[in-house]
Write a protein that binds this ligand. Sequence first.
Ligand code: MGP
Length: 330
Amino acid sequence: MLGPYVDAPTAQLLLPQARQMPQIAWQIIRNALEQNPHARDDINCLTELLATGGQVANGINTDRLDTSAVAEPSNFSLKPAERLPLTDECHHYTGKHEVPWDIQKYFSQRYSIFSYYDSGVHMTDDAWFGVTPEPVANQIAYELSEDHYDPEKTILIDAFGGAGGNTIAFALSERWSRIIAIERDPATLACAQHNAEIYGVEPGSVTWILGDSFEYLDQLVNSPEKLHPDLRVDLQTTMVFASPPWGGPGYRTDEIFDLSTMQPYSLNQLHEAYKKMDHVLFLPRTSDIRQIAKLAPEGEKLEVIQYCAEGASKAMGVYIPAEKPPASSD
Ligand code: MGP
């Protein structure tokens, strides 16, 4: 209906509402875009034109355009992040004497965590606890490659980007048409972007978001029109990978780790947020497998993989299919 104006920024903002608007409304929008070039870039100008153009009298209510929900891209609460600068919290430690005592163990393993460590990998102190070692991250990326996993999934959301361990492996696998990596701490996100550059990840092959992944997924599933257009993806072809915080290394003291007590997000909270899409959860190796089994679709089994390094398990990956839509009554 919009012909050559379909790519105009304002038209793009309105497209998510396409199904709710009558055809005639699109015809009127096209006329407005045709007549006033300014309306192609400025949503307020377009709205004004439509309001004064008499379409209300024609029975088309401009309220249906819901311009409040199609704010200027700069006003969206979540949007693609710029390249963030490294801060004082981002470190590249070169000797054990510089390293806080509680992460010295991880520093000793730095080359199995990032083989390019010496090329200038940066980390925040907190990121050391949860970063996925490179061989494990590569193995997960391999598990999700087209030969091993549904090739119809082409978009990957890395819900807890951290310092970039998994995102880098996913990007280097070149299997995904889009990767969206979310991290809520600006310093950690800056490290991830920097580390991705060190590993030669193509600029632009990852869409980084500085923000809360639960907010993003909630909007994606329930109100995509509120999201910046670049962050809207089709749930059918998207999957989620989540390597959440486990509440610190304390998980190791439990023989069987109770995932309902995992902090700050329990197993059920994670699953609720992702269940419309296939998702992979990266969890403590001692996680209670009975709690995980309850997430299997009826009559089916879930795949659970223990990821080992140097003969010992580091963590388990749980592969969970998307919830099936309820059967139609027809
Ligand atoms: P670890 O806690 O040092 O366990 O983390 P381990 O295996 O007992 O250590 P060891 O080397 O002394 O035997 C091992 C791995 O688990 C880390 O490299 C991370 O990949 C992962 N991991 C650990 N923690 C605490 C977290 C976390 O909070 N979140 C996530 N996603 N991964 C974690």
